[in-house]
Ligand binder design. Structure first.
Ligand code: 2HA
Ligand code: ZN
Length: 269
């Protein structure tokens, strides 16, 4: 069978970005075994021929009714699949799904009947929220960035905007490229509806959300941008840790320096 990506450069470009990011996640040690998830809303790249493609799976329930997703299409990492495999073969370790008319079930349409991530209900709930808000964001990423997760083991970093201010102050670029900062969700069972709801609540204020003692969830226009937001935050965490390892508490940029930089980069103050 021909890949759905053949002769569809726009769609292929999005999946190529997924593969590239999956490789980075593995190289950084953020994606052990099947850790992490990626889902992309590809509905804008769907043509009539794709709309006519028959299902290659039975209809599966999503586990939630998501009215904004009617007729939408998503690329989803497969359940139990490894990011390091997805990096080389994204269409063998993930699949494209169509949300059915009832907004509560989906079928797989390409390339292989790979069942989507166990976190599908939470990822799709986030996409439902983004569409409902008129957001341009199409990509959602869950990963386990080592240093950020380590920081979440100390309750002093979990108070609202404490980690955000500390991470922003480590290097000017972090606020420039993660201007909404890092939201916090207290420890919640992975894959639970409660975790999805708490994440969506934080996404009204932040693009990247820390799941205490687990990982982060990030959204952006495409998967590369979602990855970059997590990467700049984790870079700041690494600088903080490097200073601590040299035996001192880093000073951080001053409030005046942060303000000057926010004006210069046209960021929220
Ligand atoms: O799907 O990381 O939290 C793998 C995970 C779930
Ligand atoms: Zn996880």
């Amino acid at each position: 069978m021909e890949s759905i990506l053949k002769n569809r450069p726009a769609l292929a470009a999005e999946i190529e970005k997924v593969a590239e990011v999956a490789g980075y996640l593995w190289q950084k040690g953020w994606a052990e075994r099947n850790g992490g998830n990626i889902t992309i809303n590809i509905t804008d790249a769907v043509d009539e021929a794709i709309q006519m493609m028959p299902a290659i799976s039975e209809a599966f329930p999503i586990g939630a009714t998501l009215p904004n997703l009617k007729g939408c299409y998503f690329y989803c990492k497969g359940t139990n699949m490894r990011m390091r495999d997805l990096a080389r073969r994204p269409m063998e370790n993930g699949s494209i799904i169509r949300i059915l008319e009832d907004c509560a079930s989906y079928v797989i349409i390409a390339d292989n009947p790979v069942k989507p991530t166990s976190e599908l209900p939470s990822h799709l709930s986030v996409h439902n929220y983004l569409i409902g808000n008129g957001s341009p964001y199409k990509a959602s990423l869950h990963t386990h960035p080592i240093e950020l997760v380590a920081m979440s083991h100390n309750s002093k970093f979990l108070k609202k905007d404490v980690a955000t201010k500390l991470l922003w102050s480590m290097i000017p670029e972090t606020k420039a490229f993660c201007p909404r900062g890092l939201g916090i969700v207290p420890y919640t069972l992975p894959g639970s509806v409660k975790l999805a709801d708490a994440t969506i609540a934080e996404l009204s204020e932040y693009d990247v959300v820390m799941w205490e003692k687990h990982g982060v969830f990030a959204v952006d226009c495409d998967i590369m941008q979602a990855f970059d937001q997590v990467d700049v935050l984790n870079k700041s965490a690494l600088i903080y840790i490097a200073a601590k390892n040299m035996g001192f508490e880093p000073e951080g940029m001053s409030d005046e320096q942060m303000y000057e930089m926010s004006v210069a980069f046209n960021l929220p103050k």
